[in-house]
Design a binder for this molecule. Structure first.
Ligand SMILES: Nc1nc2c(c(=O)[nH]1)N[C@@H](CN(C=O)c1ccc(C(=O)N[C@@H](CCC(=O)O)C(=O)O)cc1)CN2
Length: 286
């Protein structure tokens, strides 16, 4: 079997076309959505992701607001930047790029973001709203995963989904999304304490690998025909990206979302979608 490739770039372009039209319609109503980013330090990957977000803004007509802070910034200075974006009417939504340098408290930063401006959907209030099944901005990578699976008509209702990794940006929230009534999947969340990862993965109709361990998921683990989504990120010494999926998985799986080229572009697209959706809500309330 050679897996159908879930193409994140083509799918992102479709989303951008839709967002471009919606941003034009907002501009006609006198509203210009603005995305803010807070980048701390000089991690090359984080800097590249933030640059990419601003390039995307230019493509769809959203204003960019970039804040860059040195790697040794204090928590109080970071808090002040967050407060400034909370108060800025030109900023419809914003993100604090993760990970932060170790001396900073990520949870404190996320909690300080005005939940209404939380473009990442990672504020505790918004994650809580997700748990309660209330409307909230959805975390961008999980939203991208679901969109990509639906786009390629991968069966989700009733599927057994095995998520590998319990991080806050992917593993934990994707479990919440798959178990909503609208998705109706059964989720097993695996992590470093899981006794027999291969046995868990082998039962999955859908595998979401978000562990950050290169080549963790091997062809022998995967049920023939399963959908495999690679969102694991690790870097080689020369900075090259490595996903969690080993070579040969595409010979066993029915669908494969590669990394790069799969969910990553959609993470960026849904960040803009969260901003545009907030701008539309504000326009309707005005
Ligand atoms: N505040 C946040 N921080 C981080 C998030 C996040 O969603 N919010 N996710 C990741 C980084 N990230 C966005 O910020 C991100 C990662 C990857 C991609 C992407 O398009 N990847 C490309 C490959 C790029 C490469 O070669 O390095 C792909 O998959 O094709 C976009 C965004 C952690 N931090």
């Amino acid at each position: 079997m050679t897996a159908t490739r879930l193409d994140g770039k083509t799918t992102r372009d479709e989303i951008f076309d839709d967002l471009t039209d919606r941003v034009s319609a907002l501009r006609e109503r006198g509203i210009v959505p603005g995305l803010g980013t807070v980048l701390v330090g000089e991690d090359p990957a984080s800097a590249a992701y933030v640059r990419g977000k601003h390039n995307d803004c230019a493509k769809v007509g959203i204003t960019s607001i970039a804040r860059e802070l040195p790697g040794d910034v204090s928590q109080a200075e970071l808090d002040a930047t967050i407060d400034e974006l909370n108060a800025d009417p030109a900023c419809t939504g914003y993100i604090v790029q993760l990970p932060l340098p170790r001396h900073l408290d990520e949870n404190e930063a996320l909690e300080r973001i005005d939940p209404d401006k939380d473009a990442d959907g990672l504020h505790p209030l918004n994650l809580g709203r997700l748990v309660l099944g209330k409307t909230a901005p959805l975390p961008c990578t999980p939203r991208g995963i679901l969109h990509l699976l639906r786009r390629y008509e991968v069966p989700i209702a009733g599927a057994h989904v095995v998520v590998v990794g319990r991080g806050v940006t992917v593993g934990r929230p994707i479990g919440l999304l798959f178990t909503r009534r609208t998705e109706n999947s059964t989720v097993t969340l695996c992590h470093t304490g899981t006794r027999d990862l291969a046995a868990e993965v082998s039962r999955a109709d859908i595998v979401v690998a978000a562990a950050g361990v290169p080549g963790l998921i091997t062809p022998e683990m995967v049920k023939p025909g399963a959908a495999v989504v690679d969102v694991g990120v690790s870097r080689t010494e020369d900075g090259a990206l490595r996903g969690d999926i080993a070579d040969g998985v595409d010979e066993v799986a029915g669908f494969l979302s590669p990394n790069p080229g799969g969910v990553g572009p959609l993470t960026r697209a849904f960040l803009l979608a969260n901003v545009v959706e907030r701008a539309e809500r504000l326009a309707d309330e005005a």
